[in-house]
Design a protein around this ligand. Structure first.
Ligand SMILES: [Zn+2]
Length: 627
């Protein structure tokens, strides 16, 4: 699952912020055996909202900052022992035609092994992971459906990096980069002199300027802190398409770690110049910088007030990623002569977050997160209360006493649950369906998407450039994080903030009726009639839910084209987007139940005499995702 993020119109670049927020863990803990310890500082991964090239994103940054800690309601987590003896390695066994816990275990220990180096899109580790998937479906005999008759569809993933010393001068006086202004790109931009005009306040349509007033100018917008908390597109950019550049006065509101991400190189899909029209250059500026742009005080400015002039010079370099970023695509042809031209798509994502230069202490991080950040990276802004810190210290001390030789450092985001679990479950479903003597009537399209963690890039590319006719896809079933969801896991919160915990048959459904009521009904019917008996939790599907899960995995890229989807997940947990997301913490029987249910639903939909009826409005495929 991708970080909490904003859906942007196409061609908007996104950043996956990888970051470290120093968190000092007392080390050695009280009572620990002497001499067993090395590092003093444990680095704590945190979540960061996607920072994007728009004031919309800024608005959401505000929203993210505003998310306080959830009320401590709900049952206390069960006693927690992170240590699973003798399970860090697993000898692979031959897999069977059925979807079994043993098969899933064998596959996941391979797919989320350290040798895959966290499977980040555009790296060798992801190439290894996708090669494993392709070799498995080749063995099964799936029909290749990627580029050029192969199993891979390579996406044009590139890295855009800001060159040193961007220039922003007002009336000849240079502003200081990252103190007075931050370039948001996306493209290189140079102008010796551009007039400045005040555009009003972002999101306040009562006082704004026309596109004619903005034409050829640098438009400066104020922000309203209260409004910044609203999840509402500002639309400033769209209202002044003729502006030469846009600057938003908000630098003081951006946390330093977020600022650090802005400076980092970021990956984007390079669809080519014709498909990717030049975008208006954007900046975040400080109040002090803005004050130098106008003769009158900022507070008294009205929209349309002319300012001084600016000279701008911002340059970016663009380079392809080091290794190919690949969707893996295979088909099991249908058995009905006419219906085989239609497809039921099943998907997961093959990429994850990669690795870190600085290792962390695995067990102490895991214990700390379980107590302080029960939803892992989604709780990235929570800090320990003194009581929680004391509890973490005590649990770590007890753990060290119990397992004095267990110390291990960890630097790889193995992503066993995210989305190793979905990826290997899709493999098991393919193996199961391929073993059927009579195949389903419609064809089954299997896509393991790349670049999900960088902003659903692989699924965006696939749905924009599908290797089967897009309209022939009658439904898409997406699995992302389907290997946890137990009673000790906080799988999410209700819309009003009450924590939710899992159970042995727990399964979250998101989006199953958002386009097709019928598809949502079929999912329930198959679960009931075929005695899967999973307990569905629709809490995260609520309209406007702040976790925004509907917009955070690959299914949305299909839904934006009006393809009915269901997103299956066992939800969040304290290892979400942490190096501690490992195969030994996966609940394989639970995952097998999910796999069997999804396989059954896919076959049921593939055998229908009609496509699932779309009875809700289709979204704008180039618009913004709304949960
Ligand atoms: Zn993820």
């Amino acid at each position: 699952m991708a970080h909490a993020r904003v859906r942007l119109p196409r061609a908007s670049a996104r950043v996956v912020p990888h970051g470290l927020n120093d968190h000092i863990f007392p080390f050695p803990p009280p009572g620990a055996p002497p001499g067993a310890i090395t590092p003093r500082i444990i680095r704590q991964r945190t979540v960061h909202t996607y920072l994007t090239h728009s004031a919309v994103a800024l608005a959401l940054l505000g929203a993210a900052c505003a998310r306080g800690s959830a009320p401590a309601t709900g049952a206390a987590p069960a006693a927690f022992d992170p240590y699973v003896p003798a399970a860090r390695v697993h000898a692979p066994q031959p897999t069977t035609a059925d979807i079994t816990p043993a098969d899933l275990r064998t596959r996941l220990y391979i797919f989320s092994d350290d040798s895959m180096m966290g499977r980040e899109a555009g790296t060798l580790g992801n190439v290894k992971g996708t090669s494993y998937i392709a070799s498995e479906i080749q063995k099964m005999g799936l029909v290749p459906a990627g580029d050029d008759g192969g199993y891979f569809q390579t996406i044009p993933l590139k890295t855009r990096a800001l060159k040193d010393n961007p220039t922003f001068a007002v009336n000849g006086a240079a502003l200081t980069p990252f103190t007075d202004f931050v370039p948001l790109g996306p493209d290189s931009f140079t102008t010796p002199s551009v007039p400045i005009v005040f555009g009003g306040t972002v999101g306040d349509s009562s006082q704004t300027i026309t596109d004619d007033q903005a034409k050829g100018k640098l438009v400066v917008y104020a922000t309203n802190a209260a409004r910044m908390r609203l999840r509402r597109p500002g639309g400033a950019m769209r209202e002044v398409p003729s502006a030469a550049a846009i600057a938003v006065i908000a630098l003081e509101d951006i946390p330093p770690q977020t600022l650090a991400f802005v400076k980092r190189p970021r990956e984007f899909l390079d669809a080519g110049a014709s498909a990717d029209p030049a975008q208006t250059p954007q900046f975040i500026i400080s109040k002090a910088a803005a004050a130098r742009m106008f003769d009158a005080p900022l507070d008294g400015l009205t929209a349309g007030t002319a300012g001084r002039s600016a000279a701008l010079d911002v340059e970016y370099t663009v380079t392809p990623v080091a290794d190919p970023a690949r969707n893996v695509v295979g088909i099991i042809p249908g058995s009905d002569p006419s219906l085989k031209a239609e497809y039921v798509a099943i998907g997961a994502h093959n990429d994850h977050l990669g690795d870190h230069a600085r290792p962390v202490d695995h067990d102490s991080l895991r214990i700390w997160n379980h107590i302080v950040r029960p939803e892992g990276a989604d709780d990235g802004r929570k800090q320990a209360t003194p009581e929680q810190q004391a509890q973490a210290n005590a649990e770590l001390a007890a753990f060290r006493a119990k397992y004095p030789h267990s110390m291990r450092v960890d630097s790889i985001d193995n992503g066993a649950d995210d989305d190793g679990s979905g990826s290997v479950t899709v493999l098991e479903i393919a193996q199961k369906i391929q073993s059927m003597k009579v195949k389903p009537k419609r064809s089954i399209l299997f896509v393991w998407h790349v670049g999900e963690e960088k902003g659903l890039l692989g699924s965006r590319w696939f749905t924009d450039h599908p290797t089967v006719p897009r309209d022939s896809i009658v439904a898409q079933l997406n699995m992302d994080m389907v290997g946890r969801g137990d009673a000790g896991d906080e799988t999410g919160r209700t819309k009003d903030g009450t924590p939710i915990h899992g159970s042995p048959n727990y399964l979250q459904l998101v989006g199953s009726r958002r386009l097709s009521t019928e598809l949502g009904n079929i999912v329930e019917q198959v679960n009931r009639d075929d005695h899967h008996d999973m307990q569905f939790d629709y809490s995260l599907d609520a309209d406007g839910h702040p976790s925004n899960i509907y917009c955070r995995s690959d299914h949305y890229e299909y839904a934006r084209y009006g393809i009915p989807i269901t997103f299956f997940t066992t939800g969040l947990h304290s290892d979400y987007h942490q190096v501690t997301d490992e195969p030994e913490y996966i609940d394989y029987p639970h995952m097998a139940k999910v796999g069997n249910l999804v396989e059954d639903i896919a076959v049921h939909v593939a055998d229908l005499d009609h496509r699932p009826v779309v009875d809700h409005p289709k979204p704008d495929p180039n618009g913004v995702c709304r949960q």
